[in-house]
Design a protein around this ligand. Structure first.
Ligand code: ATP
Ligand code: MG
Length: 375
């Protein structure tokens, strides 16, 4: 799935919610234990200049040798790791280029090697932003960047290998005969992905807007542990009194918030919208955009909006592959969280910390229920 300048022409109708304060209260009602952290946790104060991304890029000129943790590889080392980019090692391809599975002799570890396609949709800027963002980041729900290669015109990125592939593989590209993800695993993935996003928004200095949240960028490790990947489009968030960053509209069609697509004003709430789309995909098993469906069902959010209001009909939204194996109350609550996230007005969408708390609550509840069943 490739990235492109998004131009979502929103035919999407608003869902009626009074205010973001009400959203917060509703989410807290789901959590029901009132264990949210204080609002001050969410207040960002940073002395870092908003120009940090361009300054950082400038400091990497000629190759990102200043990366804190990422290791610089030679092209030869990486070519050797994946048997000279042998098609047998090929894992997939995205806007940046081809991805290969490799084995590093020096550390005896398996890695994923992404090779920049000079004719691809993404370029050296994305390469630098990726290296810089991941060099500064450290969280169990973000994929680890092991290193990079910037030799001549070659640009390669080396990541930890995620053996279960992407969430997209498990929702939309299922192997024949595969049963699909169960409800507890879906919630675990949603909660973990939200935690990764919360780290970017609230814990990173400076805070980062991800801009590319989608199922193919949620990679899965052993036990379906989710990690966000692909930070080439990441942007330093607005600092001080600023509410948004003005930027060229980038992202993936179907995931891009309508307000950002129409104005180019990027906010943390743009990521919340994309998260809501991913959560809807997890719940329904439908794709964000699916041109093989009838016109009214092609855009997932547009299809879902009328159903959000149908309190009795929400079961119709569940992925048929779940075969009804989910607690109806938790399903309703998960749909409710998704509905809050994809609201048209950005300030009505919840903050990521509230989403994390609500999903953690649902995920823990469902884990406890499945442990009870199989002692
Ligand atoms: N660290 C990794 N471990 C295992 N597989 C990976 C890893 N990184 C990427 N892949 C696989 O490689 C394929 C291509 O990934 P890539 O991120 O380049 O493209 P994409 O996310 O599908 O699209 P886009 O470029 O629009 O983000 C995907 O199928 C993904 O599952
Ligand atoms: Mg990707």
């Amino acid at each position: 799935m490739g990235c492109f300048g998004c131009s979502c022409k929103s035919s999407i109708r608003t869902i009626d919610h009074e205010s973001s304060e009400d959203n917060k209260n509703s989410i807290n009602a789901i959590i029901n234990s009132g264990r949210t952290r204080s609002d001050s946790d969410d207040q960002r104060t940073s002395s870092v200049s908003p120009r940090i991304d361009s300054e950082l890029i400038a400091s990497y000129e000629g190759g990102p040798s200043g990366g804190r943790k990422a290791r610089a590889f030679t092209y030869r080392e990486l070519a050797a790791a994946c048997c000279n980019f042998n098609p047998e090692c090929f894992l997939g391809e995205g806007g940046f280029g081809k991805v290969y599975k490799g084995h590093l002799e020096s550390t005896n570890e398996y890695v994923a090697i992404k090779q920049l396609d000079p004719n691809g949709l993404q370029g050296r800027r994305e390469f630098l932003v990726e290296v810089m963002t991941l060099s500064l980041a450290d969280h169990p729900n973000l994929v680890k960047l092991i290193g990079f290669c910037a030799e001549g015109d070659e640009r390669l990125l080396v990541y930890e290998y995620m053996p279960l592939g992407s969430l997209e593989d498990h929702l939309h590209d299922l192997l024949p005969g595969s049963k699909g993800l169960d409800w507890a695993t879906r919630l675990k993935i949603a909660a973990g992905a939200a935690r990764g996003l919360e780290y970017l928004h609230n814990k990173m200095e400076p805070p980062v807007i991800y801009r590319d949240l989608k199922c193919s960028n949620i990679l899965l490790g052993p036990g379906f542990h989710p990690k966000l990947s692909d930070f080439g489009l990441a942007k330093v968030g607005p600092l001080g009194d600023k509410t948004h960053v003005s930027t060229r509209v980038m992202g993936t069609y179907g995931y891009c918030a309508p307000d950002y697509a129409m104005t180019g004003q990027l906010t943390f709430k743009s990521d919340i919208y994309s998260f809501g789309v991913v959560l809807l995909e997890i719940i329904t098993g439908r794709k964000a955009i699916d041109f093989s469906k009838p016109a009214r069902e092609q855009n997932l959010v547009a299809w879902a909006r009328p159903l959000f209001k149908d309190r009795k009909g929400f079961i119709k939204m569940a992925d048929p592959l779940l075969e009804g194996r989910f607690p109806p109350k938790a399903m309703y609550q998960a749909i409710y969280i998704a509905a809050l996230c994809v609201q048209e007005k950005p300030n009505m969408r919840p903050a990521i910390l509230d989403v994390v708390n609500a999903l953690d609550f649902l995920a823990n509840q469902s884990l406890a229920a499945s442990e009870k069943k199989s002692p």
